[in-house]
Design a protein around this ligand. Structure first.
Ligand code: FES
Length: 141
């Protein structure tokens, strides 16, 4: 079986899909590898992510990764969301095929980009190093 049951579930029934009109932070990232695009919207209340949604124009793994990532950061502290790794997203999905690992990297990057957008819009100081883009990971084929 190529995809885990969890990947299929989040692909077929994505959680938190859709545009958020009054988002406090929006992160949009694209994969140089496949051209897929992921957008994460955050509603922020103090230090808490009170709501989150996503739009993903891409493969099934990217949709499942965004769905899972939104579930993992909803209601969490911003600091928790900053610490979300692509490995954690892939693990929560019970793994991704080796050539689809970069799809979960997009989710990590999109969450971080949305937080950075929120900081920028509200002139909240931060360390740019925290938002340095990780190397585009090489999928094992
Ligand atoms: Fe590129 Fe999934 S995001 S194939």
């Amino acid at each position: 079986m190529l995809y885990s049951a969890k990947v299929m579930d989040h692909f077929m029934n994505p959680r938190n899909a859709g545009v958020m009109e009054d988002a406090d932070g929006i992160g949009e990232v694209g994969s140089a590898k496949c051209g897929d695009i992921m957008k994460i919207y955050l509603k922020i209340d103090g230090d808490i992510i009170s709501d989150v949604s996503f739009e993903t124009f891409g493969c099934g793994s990217a949709i499942a990764s965004s769905s899972m990532a939104t579930e993992m950061i909803k209601g969490q502290l911003l600091s928790r969301a900053m610490a979300l790794t692509n490995q954690a997203v892939a693990e929560a999905l019970d793994g991704l095929p080796a050539n689809k690992l970069h799809c979960s990297v997009l989710a990590e990057q999109a969450v971080k980009a949305a937080i950075q957008d929120y900081y920028d819009k509200n002139q909240i100081p931060y360390d740019p190093a925290d938002f340095a883009k990780p190397e585009e990971i090489q999928d094992g084929e």
